[in-house]
Design a protein. Structure first.
Lengths: 61, 274
């Protein structure tokens, strides 16, 4: 498995963490932090798509 | 003598040797951290009701450190991608960014550790002035008199904190009572102190597992930073003689770095948010 594949796993987990943090913040009553965490999660997903396009020619192995 | 399969893939494994090596090493690392995470879960579910701390760690600092590590994973990938397209200048830049981000992470972690070592829980003597029996003072050490000696009962300390009637009130710092507590400067004579202990690893089970997990993780960050610094500095001479092998070295260091970042992705919610 190449660095590209591991990075993809990392980005996926980072997005999951961001949305998890958003849920935690909303539960704790902090709407501002929750909204920021959702925005961060969206940003991570957008980055993931960008990185996949950028490294299209590099193998996953 | 030439070392085989540093660049070409082995026919039997399908990858070059260094990558096989790092994956075997990472498998052992998964077992190490997996064991510690299991220990955390068992300690936590085994804790008596109300005895597991909540809100003891600074979520803002933890979030900043998470962002720093996420950015460092990106710069590591970009450094490797720069090597792939033969742009050595970009590689140097991105790896320098990784080193700066890693050192900032370690700086923040050191600050958090210092904060814990300066934080004291003081059990007061039942005879202490204006104090009910069994009260606790909790806060950060501001000053200590020159003649302070707990055994001889001389001198005094100054804490920035508050007094609680029951130690259990210190367990959940997210509770409305804890949030509403007024912190002030407290002067406590040594004669009024029954027991005094900072929030070091020996303080309780939570601080023990917190320091073990984050300390081991910080050591991995330090080790990874040293390797990345070597590849950025003296090790980068290989670029002139064998760029493909050098690119593979960068990838291997990047795989280790991503593993360390993935460990943090689990550590952060488990320790800071629960």
């Amino acid at each position: 498995m190449s660095l590209k594949a591991v990075h993809l796993i990392f980005v996926t987990l980072l997005a999951a963490l961001s949305f998890g943090c958003a849920a935690w913040a909303f539960q704790a009553g902090s709407g501002w932090w929750g909204a920021t965490a959702i925005a961060a999660g969206m940003l991570v997903i957008a980055y993931g798509i960008y990185f996949l396009r950028k490294l299209r020619k590099i193998s996953y192995l | 003598m030439e070392i085989p399969y540093t660049v070409q893939n082995r026919p039997d494994t399908g990858i070059y040797n260094a990558k096989v090596g790092i994956w075997l090493f990472l498998a052992s690392e998964v077992m190490l951290f997996g064991g510690l995470f299991s220990a955390y879960i068992l300690l936590r579910v085994g804790a008596a009701p109300g005895e597991w701390p909540h809100g003891w760690l600074n979520v803002t600092l933890g979030t900043i450190n998470t962002i720093l590590l996420a950015l460092s994973a990106i710069t590591t990938l970009l450094a490797w991608a720069a090597c792939k397209v033969r742009e050595f200048g970009k590689f140097k830049f991105f790896h320098a960014c990784t080193i700066v981000l890693a050192l900032t992470f370690l700086g923040i972690k050191s600050y958090e550790y210092r904060d814990k070592f300066m934080h004291y829980e003081v059990q007061l003597q039942p005879s202490a002035k204006n104090r009910a029996a069994g009260e606790f003072a909790d806060g950060h050490l501001v000053a200590k008199s020159g003649d302070f000696d707990l055994a001889k009962k001389t001198g005094f300390i100054k804490l920035h904190g508050h007094i609680v009637k029951d130690r259990k009130e210190l367990m959940d710092l997210r509770s409305p009572e804890a949030q509403a507590a007024q912190h002030e400067e407290l002067t406590i004579a040594a004669a009024d102190i029954k027991k005094m202990e900072n929030y070091a690893p020996r303080h309780n089970t939570f601080t023990a597992i917190y320091f073990t997990l984050t300390g081991l993780h910080a050591l991995h960050i330090l080790g990874g930073t040293l390797v990345i610094f070597y590849l950025w500095g003296p090790g980068s001479r290989m670029w002139k003689t064998d760029p493909e092998r050098f690119t593979n070295r960068v990838e291997v260091s990047g795989l280790f770095w991503h593993f360390v970042d993935l460990v943090w992705i689990f550590l952060f919610p488990v320790l800071y948010l629960t």
